[in-house]
Design a binder for this molecule. Structure first.
Ligand SMILES: [Zn+2]
Length: 125
């Protein structure tokens, strides 16, 4: 059975989306992604790199390393909340609506881990 590319509802074989609403939402999602893809890729790389760099610097300068790790986690989380761009394989597997939701859950987990990390680091120093 074929499913709507946006919401995952079952649809007939010759359709792509279940209705105009899903078609519009999917178009909006792809437009937003096209517009911000470069910024997303750049920020994603910066925030992700801050974590291993923070771990490394943490061996010499604990505080600076902690700040980098926490900023990387929270920065990545905030970015994924604002720009929830799942990977292609996630979109294929879950369809756009659910993949975006999963992306935002992941973002909230990152922010929570970042905040917990900040609290632990501030008690440890
Ligand atoms: Zn739909």
């Amino acid at each position: 059975m074929k499913k709507c590319d946006y919401c995952g509802t079952e649809i007939s074989y010759h359709d792509i989306y279940c209705g105009e609403e899903c078609q519009d939402k999917a178009a909006k999602f792809y437009n937003l992604r096209d517009e911000y893809e470069k910024l997303f890729t750049f920020l994603d790389a910066v925030f992700v790199f801050m974590i291993p760099i923070g771990l490394f610097i943490g061996m010499f300068a604990g505080n600076l390393g902690d700040i980098l790790i926490v900023s990387g986690l929270i920065g990545l989380g905030i970015m994924l909340l604002i720009l929830p761009f799942p990977t292609e394989s996630m979109i294929k597997k879950y369809k756009i609506k659910k993949a975006k939701k999963l992306c935002r859950y992941f973002a909230l987990i990152l922010i929570a881990v970042g905040i917990i990390g900040a609290v632990i680091f501030s008690f440890a120093t």
